[in-house]
Structure formats: C-alpha cells, structure tokens
Unconditional design. Structure first.
Length: 84
C-alpha cells in the first residue's frame, strides 16, 4: 500500500500543478494536496506520464500552475480529481 503524502500547494511538483491529471485530493481551505507517493498522472502540457512527486525544475517545457485558485475566486473548498 502506498504512503499518502500531504503537500502544501506551493510546492512545485506535479501533484500540486493544475495541468497534472493524476488522482489527488485538494483541500483549498488548508491549501494542501493529498496524494499517493507512487501515483502517476498525465502532464497535460507535455502529454507524458509523470509521477506525483516529479519536480517542475526537471522540465524545460513545464508550465507549472498552482492548483489552488487565485485569491478572490470562489470555488468549492475541497475537490477530488481522478485519473480518466
């Protein structure tokens, strides 16, 4: 069984990027992402499979964007994204 990790949304890894399609739970109130350490998802920018902990500095084509919305944007407080 994979370990669950709690990551602050400002950590620049795939799991915290809005362009990553892997399974994760986002808590917008606490500004954290909960993800399995071995979870894979597709980067919608590079169209390649990436591990949840893949750091954005490893990619020149990376367009990392915070999964948390900008201040003042009204969104649900928690969401679950699942891989297609």
């Amino acid at each position: 069984m994979a370990e669950k990790l709690i990551l602050p949304t400002e950590v620049k890894v795939c799991a915290t990027c809005s362009f990553w399609s892997g399974e994760r739970q986002v808590d917008l109130e606490a500004l954290v992402v909960v993800v399995d350490e071995t979870c894979q998802g597709e980067c919608l920018v590079t169209e390649t499979s990436k591990n949840s902990l893949h750091h954005m500095s490893c990619e020149q084509a990376c367009l990392w964007e915070d999964v948390a919305p900008d201040q003042g944007v009204s969104e649900p407080q928690a969401e679950t994204k699942t891989a297609p």
